[in-house]
Design a protein around this ligand. Structure first.
Ligand code: F6R
Length: 404
């Protein structure tokens, strides 16, 4: 339905009118979801079901886009507009909450591989700060629901200022999807848990596909790296399955920390937004105060919080930030903080240093955010359940924020 329309549905009829009582034109289309998707099945909560669905939803996001031999990548919704995209001098990504965190991961990926300047802004700030925009700018609006008011108004404003607008939405036919010039759907399926999980990993997958496509078209990466990145993405579902298989270790760790008053999450590079997202998941469903920080910022303030009551979750896989993050871990350890590390499988050095470890399989750094977030989603889930919280419908939150 369009804005300002009202539907009247009875057993035998459907009418749609405008608010001033005129008949509205409409088309009926069948949604592709099955009824099973809106049932919990054997899971205690929708959030847990959606966390466990991620191997499938990520596969649905790249299926039909990456060729089976990893030599080509097609983003159907962008084909016609790609010449305009290639002319863009700057990309601005806007979103709210979890979608804003996905945007931050996108910033790292696009700048690293496609070498175009990227800015990320909260839609609620962007819409009011009279940003400088021109037809050389490409604005990407990210939204699971496609109905978030701040994001919708921000994209309308950017359109008025002449920028090209792309959408990354999950809900097909949503307002944001309709009002953008072109876009890429995430295909994560219906997300019912208020705390976003599978929609986040689907958004990051789309942004990774977009960054790889742009890098390839702009000749910023070699054919070998192009194939390698596509292959690495297709290996993610199987790797997430191995993390999910070890969910009981995460549950046991949650038992240890469930009564903490605060938690600090640290990460570097594209894993800094993963730390932000881990902290958001914890606070929104367990009501435990949590903050995410770029690990290098710790000594500029948050280190004052560290004592033997503070759990510090450090996203520390073996990548080119490893040495740096290990020294951050040592700083926390020296102040008796309790460290939970998200570490590469088999990293015994880190295991010796920290209190608890969530292992993730080794992967290319471009796709590690898709793995690193999964144990953090499970950790928040188990803490919230142990604290007796309403996981699927946390207090004061709505699934779709259609008001300012
Ligand atoms: C967090 C969460 C919210 C949404 C935000 C944006 O788990 O669900 O922070 O991410 O309200 O919503 P969308 O993506 O629908 O625009």
């Amino acid at each position: 339905m369009k804005d300002n329309e009202v539907a009247v549905i009875s057993r035998n009829s459907l009418t749609i009118k405008t608010l001033d009582d005129k008949p509205a034109s409409f088309q009926i289309s069948q949604v592709s979801q099955s009824i099973g998707e809106i049932e919990k099945g054997d899971f205690a909560h929708f959030m847990l079901k959606e966390i466990f669905e991620q191997p499938k939803t990520i596969e649905d996001t790249f299926r039909g886009r990456i060729s089976p031999d990893h030599t080509s990548l097609v983003l159907g919704g962008l084909i016609d507009i790609f010449p305009t995209i290639l002319r863009a001098k700057r990309i601005i990504i806007i979103g709210c909450g979890t979608s804003w965190h996905a945007a931050l991961v996108g910033e790292y990926l696009i700048e690293t591989y496609a070498r175009i300047p990227v800015e990320v802004d909260y839609a609620s700030e962007f819409r009011y700060r009279n940003p400088v925009l021109s037809p050389d700018d490409l604005v990407i609006a990210i939204s699971q629901s496609g109905e978030t008011s701040d994001t919708l108004v921000a994209l309308r404003m950017a359109k008025e200022k002449g920028a090209t607008i792309l959408g990354v939405c999950n809900v097909v036919g949503s307002s944001i999807a309709r009002e953008t010039d072109a876009g890429v759907y995430t295909h994560a399926g219906i997300e019912i848990g208020v705390a976003s999980t599978k929609a986040f990993t689907a958004q990051v997958t789309v942004l990774a596909l977009f960054a790889i496509k742009l890098a390839h078209e702009r000749n910023e990466i070699s054919a070998e790296l192009f194939h390698e990145l596509l292959r690495e993405l297709t290996e993610i579902p199987a790797k997430i399955r191995t993390i999910l298989e070890k969910h009981l270790i995460i549950k046991e760790t949650a038992e240890k920390y469930k009564d903490a008053a605060n938690a600090l999450y640290l990460g570097r590079g594209a894993l800094f937004p993963v730390a932000l997202e881990g902290a958001l998941k914890l606070k929104e469903i367990s009501y435990m105060h949590a903050e995410g920080y770029a690990a290098g910022e710790m000594k500029h303030g948050p280190i004052a919080l560290v004592d033997d009551n503070l759990p510090v979750v450090v996203v520390a896989p073996r990548d080119h930030y490893y040495e740096k993050i290990v020294s951050n871990i040592q700083e926390v350890k020296a102040r008796k903080g309790n460290i939970i590390a998200v570490a590469t499988q088999g990293d015994e050095v880190l295991r010796e240093m920290v209190n608890d470890v969530f292992e993730i399989p080794d992967s290319h750094p471009a796709v590690t955010p898709l793995l690193a977030i999964v144990p953090l989603q499970l950790f928040s889930y188990y803490i919230a359940v142990l604290r007796g919280c309403d996981v699927d419908q946390p207090r004061n939150l709505a699934k779709s924020v259609t008001v300012e």
